[in-house]
Design a protein around this ligand. Sequence first.
Ligand SMILES: O=C(CO)[C@@H](O)[C@H](O)COP(=O)(O)O
Length: 241
Amino acid sequence: MSPKPIIAPSILASDFGKLASECQRIIGHGADWLHIDIMDGHFVPNITIGAPVVTCIRPAIEKTADGKGIFDCHMMVAKPEQWISDFAKAGGDLYCFHYEATENPRECIKLVHDSGMKAGIAIKPDTPADVLYSILDDTSDPDYYPDMVLVMTVEPGFGGQKFQQRCMPKVTALRDRYPEMDIEVDGGLGPSTIDVAAEAGANVIVAGTAVFGAPDPKHVISILKETVQKNVELWKTRSKV
Ligand SMILES: O=C(CO)[C@@H](O)[C@H](O)COP(=O)(O)O
């Protein structure tokens, strides 16, 4: 099955003073998922929110059968294994941890699946994509297989940074090798950078500043989604060449 376009605005760019209504507003504008940036001050030099805040916003967002309202928790934390059960209880749907933060990524995927959440695995801009190949090539046990890969396009830690185009060859390599995988990109994405990200092969688009800061977020979300959609056929042709 072809990956579908998924737009996941990062709530880091929202007004935290009215977080629940900000989440509702952006879902109302057509966002598919909410990307929730969890930072612990250790893995990255910044602190954001934890599971109690996720618990508070969960009742405000309905999850629908077609996959809207998913809480995509990006765990920029030093010990990803430690928070799995808290985020599962809080209503997280997808728990995306960093490859660089754990000694045993396969075991971490299994623990996330055991908690009832989907598992994502993220790499920072300087981490090569091929570190993931042994995990992604081994389809023998779905418990140990990630549901999504996240290629960071900025150094994790802060919103509002410049998109790093140098990360695109990793997205292309992953898309060509894993045509059905959900591949997320995160950092500096918006109407001016979506073309290269979508052409490379990203289908899950995180955008914070570009969506929450836009006068017309609905328009921005539709540009992002349509651009991914236009590229889905291109990826198929490319991977056959
Ligand atoms: O994980 C991060 C930053 O660490 C991202 O989710 C950013 O928060 C995205 O924000 P923009 O670059 O779109 O403003």
